[in-house]
Write a protein that binds this ligand. Structure first.
Ligand code: NAD
Length: 489
């Protein structure tokens, strides 16, 4: 396909404040809404990454020496630009990712909230100072690391990059972003708007690519820290490889979130929260409801969930999944569960949207009598599918939740404070919801799971990310010889 026929120009790298032409391999960027080609993306090599790292390295002395109160002024302006361009940015997310315009708008609004948090960093990182002995002071400051990298997945082309960009850069680092090659277009506008907000050239760079560039990031000697968001399989690779190269790394992986529902749960609220959680963003959220653990008789709630699910119309209030392969994978999980004896209550397979016959749609699917040994109960499906597992009591429900390799989120639906507390304390997950289907901690609280949903010490956002993106400088000062003290006195 020639460039003129592409809906968006070829997606180039952004290095030292400019979009740079490449001669590398390219890949078609396909919109999952219709299966059509939107753009082409450059698949860079290690030499191209090195150019970006050198640009970031050159920008670091001046950017890191700029006082943080000045650095955040860029993000005040950038936040205003994001607000001005919400519609356009949401349209891009809709087209490249396939989620609905409403979901894409909510995504960009979350990016604005993340940027707003970065503007508060001067208030949060003011250092510590203490007279530790007569005339002797110790002070502690947060210092930036240098050149850092952020590797992103396909499911939030705008928001996930904002988990890292504003905080890492406001704290004085220079960044290389590697977007998902499936959704690289949003990063173009992010680059342009950061430049328009006054970010100096080289502080933020984008290098597009696939596995080759991720490996090059893990290996590059001048990259100090790597943040990764994606599947657990790749999170493990990135965590192992970058830490073996002595870098800091936080790597967020996949999820299998359990929603435990007790017989006293509020009927309407529970059904609507669970349906929205499993179907929102077509189930392609690491915080999505994937398994509902039904404790005791819950026929009314399950029947209400099915009613709600049947009201969801693919192509209207349900977006597409990312690719043909994703659609096939999700449908395979449903078929295997059916074959293993589960009961399909609402079936979203073979979904075709009129006028978008080549798009990749899966309708909302509810499956009852899933048993914990089935693949659909254990593995990440990443589609609009709810697997209902029956449990006799809360202890059995918690045992099912605890047996998962993942640990991103878990929720409980009940009107009993005591039962809620049991799940809050007993669930093996980093983010817990009580009567909340998608328990994403909003700023200033940090985001990050447990177990195989996250590798590394810190969370990726909020206050926890300050520790990840900075190192502490401890200085001990004595000015007055007449005090006749040494540090011990
Ligand atoms: P993915 O792991 O396939 O890709 C993520 C990134 O890794 C991409 O930039 C990709 O280019 C790169 N990559 C892919 N294969 C690689 C390999 N073999 N070696 C090195 N790099 C490689 O993930 P995805 O399909 O883009 O995103 C969906 C996954 O992300 C789901 O598992 C979802 O749960 C997870 N996710 C997790 C969170 C979280 O907060 N825990 C948030 C969003 C998405």
């Amino acid at each position: 396909m020639e460039n003129q026929t592409l809906q968006y120009p070829e997606t180039k790298n952004f290095i030292a404040g400019k979009f740079v032409p490449q001669t590398n391999r390219t890949l078609n960027v396909v919109t999952p809404l219709s299966g059509g080609v939107l753009s082409k993306v450059t698949l860079s090599d290690a030499a191209e990454l090195d150019r970006a790292v050198q640009a970031a390295k050159a920008a670091f002395p001046s950017w890191s020496a700029t006082p943080i109160k000045e650095r955040v002024q860029v993000f005040y302006r950038y936040k205003t630009l994001l607000e001005k361009h919400v519609k356009e940015l949401a349209q891009l997310v809709h087209e490249e990712n396939g989620k609905t315009i409403e979901e894409a708008t909510a995504e960009v609004e979350k990016s604005i909230e993340l940027t707003e948090f970065a503007c508060s960093l001067p208030q949060l990182i003011s250092g510590e100072l203490l007279e530790v002995s007569k005339g002797v002071e110790c002070r502690v400051e947060h210092k930036p690391l240098g050149v850092v990298a952020s590797i992103a997945p396909f499911n939030f082309p705008n928001m996930v990059p904002h988990w890292t960009i504003p905080n890492a850069i406001a704290l004085g680092n220079c960044m290389i972003l590697k977007p998902s090659e499936q959704v690289p277009i949003s990063a173009i506008r992010i680059s342009e708007l950061l430049k328009e907000a006054g970010l100096p050239d080289g502080v933020f760079n984008v290098v597009n690519g696939d596995r080759e560039i991720v490996e090059a990031i893990c290996d590059h000697p001048d990259i100090e820290a790597v943040s990764f968001v994606g599947s657990t399989k790749v999170a493990k690779i990135v965590y192992r490889r970058s830490t073996s190269n002595l870098k800091r790394c936080v790597a967020l992986g996949g999820a299998k979130n359990h929603l435990i529902v007790l017989p006293d749960a509020h009927l309407e609220m529970t059904a609507s929260n669970i349906t929205a959680s499993m179907s929102g963003c077509a189930g392609q959220r690491c915080m999505a409801a994937s398994a509902m653990v039904a404790v005791g008789p819950l026929d009314a709630i399950i029947s209400k969930i099915c009613d709600e699910a049947r009201k969801i119309i693919p192509g209207k209030n349900l977006g597409s999944v990312i690719s043909k392969e994703a659609k096939e994978r999700i449908e395979r999980y449903i078929a295997e569960a059916e074959k293993a004896g589960a009961k399909i209550l609402v079936d979203g397979r073979n979904c075709v949207v009129a006028g978008k016959e080549n798009g990749f749609y899966v309708g909302p699917t509810v499956i009852d009598y899933v048993t914990p040994d089935m693949a659909i109960a254990k593995e990440e499906v990443f589609g609009p599918v709810l697997a209902i597992i029956r449990a006799k009591d809360i202890d059995e429900a918690l045992a099912i939740e605890n047996s998962s390799n993942y640990g991103n989120a878990a929720s409980v639906f009940t009107q009993s404070g005591g039962m809620a507390k049991k799940v809050m304390e007993g669930a093996s997950a980093g983010m817990i919801g009580v009567n909340v289907g998608v328990p994403v901690p909003r700023e200033p609280f940090s985001f990050g799971g447990w177990n195989e949903s996250k590798f590394g010490v810190n969370d990726i956002t909020g206050k926890s990310s300050i520790e990840f993106w900075t190192k502490l400088k401890k200085t001990t000062v004595k000015w007055n010889p007449e005090s006749k003290t040494n540090w011990m006195s």
